[in-house]
Design a protein around this ligand. Sequence first.
Ligand code: ATP
Ligand code: MG
Length: 556
Amino acid sequence: MERQETVSRHFIEQIIDKDLAEGTYAKVVTRFPPEPNGYLHIGHAKSILLNYGLAQEYGGQFHLRFDDTNPTKEKTEFVSSITEDVKWLGADYGSDFFFASDYFEQMYEAAIKLIKKGKAYVCDLSADEIREYRGTLTEPGKNSPYRDRSIEENLNLFEGMKNGEYPDGSKVLRAKIDMNAPNINMRDPVLYRVAHMHHHNTGDKWCIYPMYDFAHPIEDAIEGVTHSICTLEFEDHRPLYDWVVRELEYPHPPKQIEFAKLFLKNVVTGKRYIKQLVEEGLVDGWDDPRLVSLSALRRRGFTPESIKLFMNLTGVSKAQSTCDYAMLEYCIREDLKMKANRMMAVLDPVKLVIDNYPEGRTEMLEIENNPENPALGNRSVSFSRELYIEREDFMEDPPKKYFRLFPGNEVRLKGAYYVKCIDVKKDEAGNIIEIHCTYDPDTKSGSGFEGRKVKGTIHWVDASNCMEAEVRLYENIVKEDEPVRNEDGSWNLNPNSLKVMQQCKLEKGFQEAKPGDSFQFIRNGYFCVDTKDTSRERLVFNRIVSLKSSYKPAGL
Ligand code: ATP
Ligand code: MG
């Protein structure tokens, strides 16, 4: 049963199947229509991959269109970041790259067409009055006293609006629909407003700007979009969308379909919230690896493949739901499992000295890069008398079931020999500064040694032949199971969301690591070379995810 469900088609595919079967549309055209007013986040990735995926699936077209009809908030800076993110996700829009503001002329013509049909009028009520006349969910609205202006008068006034004859807020163009409509969006909604504002694309050419509900269906219709997919909050606006494309008499009108937004627990998803965190300096810009903007996820080390897998697991539906961040973590582990080399890095180093290993000697040990993927080959790792191991891999006074190093105990050094702890050296304050061991030369990894078994294997780095790096460990930016904002409006942020480890010791194999490269640090997780702060002198890693998982997808 469950199997069948996973291969069954989601509700949008079913709508498209039917439309194609009935000949409503000859081919499928979808679009992603971001407003260039911020960086894209994981929720947008859902919309991008859904729209692009459908265009691919049906051999159709996918458009990237900037919905830049609102001159106040938009910035060209965002156009380039959004374009980069869409490309990064692999949503190839080819030459179908558009700006809604390029259609201002056609939108103006469309408004004139409505006026001529007696379907739109210029209204002089103030914004407050319009709201008052609109009524409520339980009370009908009242007609505007300007509702019955003649077509001639409306055409003149609207032209005057366009020519800058009226101040901001003094007049609007409204659709003439029904002030008694049960759906408030249909009570003569505003189509155009006067706003003497500079627009990043059209400059000062226009001082009237179309409202979203009027502009969006026209944009879709002009581009020949067939299925205009948006999120649920637009469901109540669909009758208006349909009204606009019907009254404008487009031959193959697009249809709006709504699906549920993607929400992730313990992270900040709203563009508005992310913006506030950035502006208040609470994070290191839009690409701070603790955020879930796409640039942040990329910087943290998430791959497009991991995000696609995540979207497939979350599915498409009309039911609002919230996903666990752990599910996204599962997806990046799955993606990197076979791709990433597994290497040794010691985050919190303490010296380990092998007393019976000859001084000055260095051996090169062959270690598999990824035991699950032999295609990644082997590498040579140097081994000598002094090593670094994790401080937490040694305990002087261990509890039961502690299988790592403690006085008298033997462990395997990953890919190398068995060592047995014989002594510890401390500084005056009592801190352990050196762990002394002896090694057994017969236990070399891969030597076929069949003797006694040890329970613990720990990783290490050759102290005489290693490199240093800064490593950043992250926790979710919002405390588990708490809202982003407290009741008094203050932020509810996790004070431990960033932990910086300096002078971590890495095996020399990391010499070739380039910004953006990902590795597994054995036992410590997956890490990605930071693209922003890494330089020739300074190697910085972000932990993408630890190795422990709290999530398993259903059916596995
Ligand atoms: P936010 O709510 O974060 O400010 P937005 O909806 O204002 O985002 P737009 O640029 O208008 O951002 O969105 C572009 C497209 O992305 C829209 O079609 C919108 O429905 C979709 N989208 C936005 N957030 C999500 C989400 N969380 N899940 C799925 N799709 C989303
Ligand atoms: Mg928006």
